[in-house]
Each structure stands twice: as C-alpha cells, then as structure tokens.
Design a binder for this molecule. Structure first.
Ligand code: ADE
Length: 239
C-alpha cells in the first residue's frame, strides 16, 4: 500500500513514521508513506495557501489551488482520496479494515478554519475521527494511518488483531501477564489451567460482560451466535 499525505506541517509526521510498528512496516516495504507540503505548490510569490472567506467571518480558508495542484500531481485511477474533516463519516474498525485493502490512499489534512468548499469535489471520502474539532487534520490522519497500517498483512501477527476490541463487534477480553500476584490481586485460575477450551469460553464470557457493561450499544448491532446468546442471557440474569 502507498499512502500520500498532504499537509502544511510535514514535521508533525516525523515521530509517527520513525517509531515502532509503523517504522517496521515501512522498513519491510509493506507500506510507503510520503508526506507532501502543499505550500510548495502555491502559485503565489509568498507561498500563500489561505485567504479571507468570501462573505466575511472569522479565520482563513484554505485555497483550492495549492491543495488541488498537489493532489493532481500524485493522483491516479487507483487512488482513494480522503479529506480529514470533522464533517466526515466517523472512522471505525470495520472501515479501517476496508481501507487497509486499498492500493493507494491520498489523505488531505487541513489546518486553521476550513477548506474552500470546491476542494470537496475532488475527494472520494470525507473522514472524521470523532465529534470534536482539532486544530488540523494531521493528528487525525495519523490515527487513521495507524489503525490501517497495523491491519496490513505482515504488519503484526494476524492473531494479534483477530481479538482486538471491535473486530468481532465486542470489546476485547481482559489480559494478564507476570507476575501472577500484584498487590494481592491474582490472575484468574482458568488462565493458569492450560485448558484451551475453558480459556476460550472464559474469554468469550468476559468479552460479552465487558461489552454489556461498557458499550451495550455494540450488542444491539451484533448478531450473536447461539453460544453467545446463551452466555449473554446468563449475564443478564445474574446482573
Ligand atoms: N480535523 C479537525 N478535526 C477533525 C476530526 N475530528 N476528524 C478529522 N479531521 C479533523
């Protein structure tokens, strides 16, 4: 996969592309990440990228020319063009999984007050990471890229994300590591038993319990199989 990011602040991405799993995925050629400073595409002698809004109002608006010239220099028929914006559809795990199968993503990050509306004509998807407003799309684009890159085959062990919260429509079960006892709290016995089927059942029950208590809205959307329905019924009866 190739990801091109258009931003006025390329330096914000340095830590992101040079750390941990993202760096490993880039080094292993599973993904290419290129950051483009669209200010460089400005026709203006002062490299201006924004201007006052027609009709008046607070703040500046990003102009079409620098962003769209930058976009036109890299877009192909295989590109999916994403505009980071709080007005977009909200990212979730299912959509991250879909995006992780794309060949080429182009992600446009705005900054300041907003974009000239006509930029939206060149965009396939407007994407938000939640109902709050950031100073720019950079952090949001990193969230999107992080959630996608870890899902690319070979990035992390497949089993590492099979049980992720949301992958199955449920929150992930509790995890423990050494020591066996911490501050008087011990690890549940079943995890020490080596009995794989009992561990699977316990984890499923814990996933359902966590989801029921913390995110009951997820249970409304999920189609439960017979085993899950039975366990959830028990949880409700004992609650
Ligand atoms: N830009 C500013 N706020 C944003 C958000 N919540 N999601 C995506 N892009 C943004």
């Amino acid at each position: 996969m190739k990801i091109d990011i258009l931003s006025l602040f390329p330096e914000m991405f340095e830590g992101f592309v040079n750390t941990s799993i993202i760096k490993r995925a880039i080094d292993a050629h599973l993904v290419e990440v290129h950051i483009h400073d669209f200010r460089e595409f400005s026709n203006n002698k002062h490299k201006k990228v924004d201007d006052y809004p027609y009709g008046g109002g607070q703040g500046m608006v990003l102009m079409c020319q620098p962003i769209l010239d930058c976009l036109k220099s890299i877009v192909t028929s295989e590109s999916l063009v994403i505009l980071m914006s709080p007005q977009g559809r909200t990212l979730n795990q299912t959509y991250s999984q879909e995006l992780s199968l794309e060949k080429h993503l182009i992600i446009i990050c705005g900054h300041y007050e907003g974009f000239d509306e006509r930029i939206r004509d060149y965009v396939d998807v407007e994407l938000s990471i939640g109902d709050y407003v950031l100073t720019g799309g950079e952090l949001a684009s990193m969230v999107v890229c992080d959630s996608i890159i870890r899902l690319i085959e070979g990035s992390i062990k497949e089993e590492s994300h099979e049980d992720d919260s949301f992958s199955s429509g449920l929150l992930e079960y509790p995890q423990y590591t050494r020591p066996f006892e911490y501050d008087g709290n011990t690890v549940p016995d079943v995890l020490m038993s080596g009995h794989h089927e009992n561990i699977r059942k316990w984890r499923l029950k814990q996933s359902l319990l966590k989801t029921y208590r913390k995110r009951p809205d997820l249970l409304i959307k999920k189609e439960l199989n017979e085993e899950e329905q039975k366990i959830l019924q028990e949880i409700k009866e004992n609650d």
